[in-house]
Design a protein around this ligand. Structure first.
Ligand code: G6P
Length: 611
């Protein structure tokens, strides 16, 4: 939520910053702005996308080797030029970019107003920079110390970068609750919300920790805690490829990421399954085998698409490992005084590893003595750093705001965890494990085959692109797949869509069915097939349009449905991994046909670091 990037070194800062902002635009795209030091602090900002900012500055000669930029997802104050970042102090000699929310900004603002400060925006961020200015005016302290004192006075979450005309060779960066990475080059440093703007310049990064503040000079980096103790940073080496951040010939990142799924699932499985031996190996949680053998209950906390993956995980873990599972929206869990004991295992699922509600839910679980695991995609993010153990999804950077490959990778990890626990607890026989893992090993190839439905799905999308509503129905582990299909469609095409357990349809949604309503069934050949067939009849009897995801070769549903989309035959356990694919494609094509911005749907952000 909000992307921030900064540069200090020997190169021109503007091209680095603008490219970085494009890479971070998935975090928010309500407005964008930059500050550069070139014989004074120059600030340019504009409501709209990063490209609007580029147009705005295209005739200006932007030079300077120190600068910072921001792409915004609005919290305090509507998206507008004046609410865009960077924000400046009253004398315009200080400038700040910020990701997060300053909760006590109202009180601070009152006090500053009483001292004569004049504010130009409605944001919480502007208050911060006026406070730094106020402290410097009163005390004469340098920038680092004034920022440190400021941060001791604020409540809330932040990742900030500050520049000062009085100290033009310095960037100050700090974080609490919002991510911040520092790239370490030779005679240059980079700062950013994630590593994507940094990767093409250096692979050496430092993840700033909460309550740390960095003084960044071209040739010197000093990191302190806000209580003034000097920290010794650890330099990590990034394992990310630049191509992963490009569209690679696809029209949209979302389509590229849908097509990457055979690869991303394969990467997720690599080194973790040994089909011939019937063995799952999960290095990230291997020290918790005893815990897993004796665990009483597993609670999964997540938001959005990750929550849907959690629901699939519930089916898998209960079915194969026979451990009771509860799946909770992190935002609800954290505020309802949940009952958690040290015998519980709490698993957070988060693509970004930064979602504020999921972090807070984990912190509560930790305080109450539970063991906490993470299933995350972004290596080194905040969630994997606070958990006891975890399993990375290894899907690679996901840029499209609507999650696709991260979802199937999360489901893959949950499948592995289900079998891993089953293996430890002896709830599946060895021979069955050999069978399951042999089939799981085939899933990347089956996903590849499923993707061949793309042209057919595009034709179906053309038929229903103007529908205003859509219903997605499934049973068992296909119910969360229905939820995910509905979410994809609403997120990127702005079509009202609901996912429902097929059997629940008769308790409400059936009233919606008429000849304008497409109803998408996940009707694969598995244990609930006959029951889903009955539900299809119920929709048909009321004139609804039935589109069904079926198992290759299915005849019965083909004779009933208006359209069928075939997926390869697989075990019940793996149906979600295949059935999700056509639903992602359907949402994608409908969104394109409706002229929507697929990769940057309105109002959404990929990483939600505010509650
Ligand atoms: C946002 C994104 C969703 C994502 C959710 C949870 O809403 O737009 O795609 O599922 O956050 O994010 P996380 O990074 O925790 O999986």
């Amino acid at each position: 939520m909000c992307g921030i990037v900064g540069y200090i070194g020997y190169r021109e800062a503007y091209p680095i910053i603008i490219k970085g902002l494009h890479r971070l635009e998935y975090r928010g795209y309500d407005s964008a702005g930059i500050a550069l030091y070139d014989k004074g602090l120059k600030v340019y900002k504009k409501a709209g996308k990063v490209s609007d900012l580029e147009n705005f500055v295209k005739d200006i000669n932007l030079t300077g080797s120190v600068g910072m930029g921001h792409t915004r997802w609005a919290t305090h104050g509507a998206p507008s030029d004046r609410n865009s970042h960077p924000h400046s102090s009253g004398d315009r000699k200080l400038s700040i970019i910020h990701n997060g929310i300053i909760e006590n900004y109202g009180v601070i603002k009152e006090a500053l107003l009483a001292k004569g400060h004049v504010f130009k925006s409605d944001t919480d961020t502007e208050v911060l920079i006026h406070l730094v200015e106020d402290i410097q005016t009163e005390t004469g302290l340098d920038l680092l110390e004034a920022v440190r004192i400021t941060l001791n006075k604020v409540i809330g979450a932040y990742a900030i970068v500050i520049m000062s005309a009085a100290e033009p060779d310095v960037l100050i960066a700090a974080r609490k609750g919002s991510p911040m990475v520092i790239g370490v080059g030779k005679g240059e440093y980079f700062v950013a919300s994630d590593a994507t703007p940094i990767i093409e310049y250096t692979k050496n990064v430092i993840y700033l920790n909460d309550n740390e503040i960095a003084y960044i000079h071209r040739d010197k980096l000093l990191i302190k805690n806000i209580d003034n103790t000097v920290q010794t940073p650890y330099v990590h080496e990034l394992d990310m490829k630049l191509e992963a951040l490009e569209k690679g010939g696809y029209d949209h990142f979302m389509l590229k990421e849908i097509y990457e799924q055979p690869r991303s699932i394969r990467d997720c499985l690599r080194g973790r399954i040994y089909p011939a031996q019937g063995k799952v190996q999960l290095g990230g949680i291997k020290d918790y085998i005893e815990k897993l053998k004796n665990v009483d209950r597993i609670i999964i906390v997540a938001c959005g698409t990750s929550w849907h993956a959690g629901l699939v995980g519930e089916y898998l873990i209960e079915e194969y490992a026979r451990v009771p599972v509860e799946v909770e929206y992190a935002s609800e869990f954290r505020y309802r005084n949940p009952i958690i004991t040290p015998k519980d295992l709490v698993i957070a699922i988060s693509q970004s590893g930064e979602t504020a509600d999921t972090m807070a839910a984990l912190e509560i679980a930790k305080e109450r003595g539970a063991t906490i695991f993470g299933i995350c995609n972004v290596v080194g993010a905040s969630i994997p750093r606070i958990t006891d153990a975890g399993v990375y999804t290894h899907a690679g950077p996901e840029i499209g705001v609507a999650s696709t490959k991260a979802f199937t990778a999360q489901v893959t990890v949950l499948t592995l965890i289900a079998f891993y626990i089953a293996q430890q607890r002896g709830t599946i026989t060895q021979s069955k494990l050999v069978e399951y893992l042999t089939e799981l090993d085939e899933i990347p190839a089956l996903v590849e085959r499923t993707l061949l439905c793309n042209d057919h799905v595009e034709k179906i999308a053309a038929q229903f692109k103007d529908s205003n509503n859509c219903l997605f129905l499934g049973r068992g582990s296909s119910f969360p797949v229905a939820l995910e299909g509905a979410l994809k469609l609403k997120e990127i095409s702005y079509v009202h869509a609901e996912g429902y357990p097929a059997a629940e349809m008769k308790h409400g949604p059936i009233a919606l069915i008429d000849d304008a309503l497409p109803v998408i069934f996940i009707a694969t050949k598995n244990s609930s097939y006959e029951k889903v067939v009955s539900n299809i009849q119920e929709v048909k009897a009321r004139g609804g349009h039935v589109i069904a995801i079926v198992t290759e070769g299915d005849v019965e549903v083909r004779n009933m449905a208006e359209y069928v989309i075939e997926i390869p035959q697989t075990d019940d356990a793996f149906v979600p991994l295949l059935a999700t694919i056509p639903l992602q494609l359907l949402a994608y094509h409908i969104a394109v046909m409706r002229g929507c911005n697929v990769d940057q749907p309105r109002n959404l952000a990929k990483s939600v670091t505010v509650e």
